[in-house]
Design a protein. Structure first.
Length: 167
């Protein structure tokens, strides 16, 4: 768009300068350019031709301005993306450092100091008795790993048994 705008500005300016430079005044004009008579025009026709040349010039100028505005917006967007990337990288590095420190702390702790964790079952499933209170662990059967949660629809795929999704 910038190149086309510059081309229009240069061409319309050149046409205007050449028409003024190669022609002399009078009621009826013979348009002469580079030693050749192009047309006989009246003053009204010459005025309209000047308006057309000026309009082409202004269109070219507006194309140059819009290309500059678009480039400025793109630079601002790119600058903002670089700032966001720096912030994300800084946050990633901080979290990695925190994770490394936590792993180092866990390596230096004695084995018996870990606390037991309890997994909360999904909503709507019956809560089994506490295995530490006397119910044997073998009596509690967890649902199969491939079973969908009660509120979740099962995933339907076109992969047949024995096929691999990575082939």
């Amino acid at each position: 768009m910038l190149v086309l705008g510059l081309l229009l500005v240069v061409l319309s300016g050149a046409v205007g300068v050449l028409l003024i430079a190669y022609n002399n005044g009078g009621d009826a004009q013979t348009v002469t350019m580079f030693g050749r008579d192009l047309a006989d025009v009246t003053m009204a026709q010459a005025f309209i031709a000047g308006l057309v040349v000026a309009t082409v010039f202004l269109i070219g100028l507006s194309m140059i301005m819009s290309a500059g505005r678009r480039a400025r917006e793109n630079r601002a967007r790119y600058r903002e993306a670089r700032k966001e990337a720096k912030v994300a990288a800084r946050e990633r590095d901080e979290l990695a450092e925190q994770l490394r420190k936590e792993e180092d702390d866990h390596r230096h702790e004695p084995v018996g100091s870990y606390t037991d964790t309890m997994v909360t079952p999904p909503a709507g499933t019956p809560v089994p008795h506490d295995t530490r209170a006397g119910t044997p662990a073998a009596a509690i059967t967890p649902p199969p790993r491939h079973a969908a949660a009660p509120q979740q629809q099962p995933v339907v795929t076109n992969i047949k048994p024995g096929d691999s999704p990575t082939r």
